[in-house]
Design a protein around this ligand. Structure first.
Ligand SMILES: *Cc1c(COP(=O)(O)O)cnc(C)c1O
Length: 405
C-alpha cells in the first residue's frame, strides 16, 4: 500500500528513525539534567548519556570520543571549522582552498573570510563532478592553512577522493576539513585512514533529529586548534560554549549506532532501489542525462536532466512526490543550480534536472510508482514542447534562426 505524499528528498533531510525517538524520549522530562551540572545525580545522568553518544559517534567515524564537539548542525560546524582554523592559524598564513561545488555553509564562510582579508582558491570540478587532484596540489602555497573539500555532494551525490586529499594535505602540512554531512552514516568514514583533521556532521541527514550536529577536531598528529565562534561557559573543550542539547545528542548517538550496524545492508538495498529507478526512467524516456559520476556516488542519489522539460513544471506535475529540482524556485532568483553549472551542464539542462534522494524508508513499490509518474509527466510536457517536436523531426536546434518578435 502506497502512502502519499511519497518522500524522495532524503538529501534535504531524513525522517527520524522511530528507534532514535525512543532513545531520546526519557531525556526530555524524566532525565532533564544539565550535562554540565557536576554536583548532583541529574547532571551525572545527563553527562553519562552524552558520553555514550560521543562513543557511538566516535565509533562510526573511527576517532576518540574526546574529539567530538557538539554543535547545532553541519552549517555551524562548517562555520566553526573554517572561521576557527582561519583565526587560529592566521600567523601561519591566510590562504584557504575549497571547491566550487561545496555547500553554501562552506562557500559563504569563505566569502566572509575573504572580506576579512583571507585569500580563497575555489577549485573547479571535472564534468563528472570530481575534484582534479593535480589542480589541488598546484594550488597549495606557503600561505595555505586549510583545504576544505566535502565528502559527498548534496545535489549530485558525487563522492570525492577524500583519502587522497588527506594524503596531499598531510604531505604539505595543511589542515584538511571535510564537510561529511552527506557521507557519514551512508558510506564508511574513517578519519584516520582518510587523513581528515576536521569534519562536519549533521544528525538530521542520517535519521537523527534536526538541530544537532558535531565537529570532529583532531587531537593528535597534528593537534588541531580552533578558535570558538560562541564564547561562554567553556563547554566542548572551549570550542563551543552553551548548554548541551542532551536529547538531541542522545538521538544523534543512537542514529550513529544504527547506521554503524546497518550500513552495509542499507547501502546495498539503496543501490538496488537507485538502479531500479534509473533503469525504469531510461527505459521509458529518451534524452535523459545523468548528472555526476555514475559510480563514485552515494547509494541513494540519482540526479537527472530531462531535456525539453522545465524542472519546475515537472515538480508541479508530480505534487504527490517530494523531490528537488535544479532550478532554485525556493530562492528569489531563478538561477539554475550552481553545482550543475559547475559541471558544465548548460543552463537549459540544469533547469531540467531532478534530484531523487532515496532513503531508509523508501520501498520498491514507491520507486515503481515514481518511475511511472515521471515517465508519463515528462512525456506529457514534451508533447506540448515545440522544441522537442522539432528535435524529433531532426531539426538541429543550434542552427535555427530565431526571429525576434
Ligand atoms: C545539509 C548539509 C549541510 C547543513 O547541515 P545542517 O545540519 O542542516 O545545518 C551542510 N553541508 C552539506 C553537504 C549538507 O548536505
Amino acid at each position: 500500500m502506497l502512502k502519499f505524499p511519497i518522500f524522495m528528498d532524503n538529501h534535504s533531510t531524513t525522517p527520524m528513525d522511530p528507534r532514535v525517538l525512543e532513545a531520546m524520549l526519557p531525556y526530555f522530562v524524566e532525565k532533564f539534567g544539565n550535562a554540565a551540572s557536576r554536583n548532583h545525580a541529574f547532571g551525572w545522568e545527563a553527562e553519562k548519556a552524552v558520553d555514550q553518544a560521543r562513543e557511538q559517534i566516535a565509533h562510526l567515524i573511527h576517532c576518540d570520543p574526546k574529539e567530538i564537539i557538539f554543535t547545532s548542525g553541519a552549517t555551524e560546524s562548517d562555520n566553526l571549522a573554517l572561521k576557527g582554523v582561519a583565526e587560529m592559524y592566521r600567523e601561519k598564513g591566510n590562504h584557504i582552498i575549497t571547491v566550487v561545488t561545496e555547500h553554501k555553509a562552506v562557500l559563504d564562510s569563505c566569502k566572509r573570510l575573504e572580506k576579512m582579508g583571507y585569500e580563497v582558491t575555489y577549485l573547479p570540478v571535472k564534468a563528472d563532478g570530481m575534484v582534479d587532484l593535480d589542480l589541488l596540489k598546484a594550488a597549495i602555497t606557503e600561505k595555505t592553512i586549510l583545504i576544505s573539500v566535502m565528502m559527498a555532494n548534496n545535489e549530485i551525490g558525487v563522492i570525492q577522493p577524500v583519502a587522497e586529499i588527506g594524503k596531499i594535505a598531510k604531505e604539505r602540512g595543511v589542515i584538511f576539513h571535510c564537510d561529511a554531512a552527506q557521507g557519514v552514516g551512508k558510506i564508511p568514514v574513517d578519519v584516520q585512514a582518510m587523513g581528515i583533521d576536521v569534519m562536519a556532521l549533521s544528525a538530521h541527514k542520517m535519521y537523527g533529529p534536526k538541530g544537532i550536529g558535531a565537529l570532529y577536531v583532531r587531537k593528535k598528529n597534528p593537534r588541531v586548534r580552533i578558535a570558538p565562534i560562541i564564547d561562554g561557559g567553556g563547554h566542548e573543550r572551549g570550542m563551543r560554549s552553551g548548554t548541551l542539547n542532551v536529547p538531541g545528542i542522545v538521538g544523534f548517538g543512537k542514529a550513529c549506532e544504527l547506521s554503524d550496524k546497518e550500513m552495509v545492508e542499507e547501502s546495498a538495498r539503496l543501490t538496488q532501489l537507485r538502479e531500479r529507478l534509473r533503469e525504469g526512467i531510461l527505459k521509458g524516456l529518451d534524452e535523459v542525462y545523468l548528472n555526476g559520476d555514475p559510480s563514485q556516488r552515494l547509494p541513494g542519489n540519482l540526479n537527472m536532466s530531462f531535456a525539453y522539460v522545465e524542472g519546475e513544471s515537472l515538480l508541479m506535475g508530480l505534487k504527490e512526490i517530494a523531490l528537488s529540482s535544479g532550478s532554485a524556485c525556493t530562492t528569489a532568483t531563478l538561477e539554475p543550480s550552481y553545482v550543475l553549472r559547475s559541471l558544465g551542464v548548460g543552463s537549459d539542462l540544469a533547469h531540467s534536472s531532478l534530484r531523487f534522494g532515496l532513503g531508509r524508508f523508501n520501498t520498491n513499490e514507491e520507486v515503481d510508482y515514481v518511475v511511472q509518474r515521471v515517465v508519463e509527466t515528462v512525456r506529457r510536457l514534451r508533447e506540448m514542447s515545440p522544441l522537442y517536436e522539432m528535435a524529433k523531426e531532426g531539426i538541429d536546434l543550434k542552427n535555427v534562426q530565431w526571429t525576434q518578435h
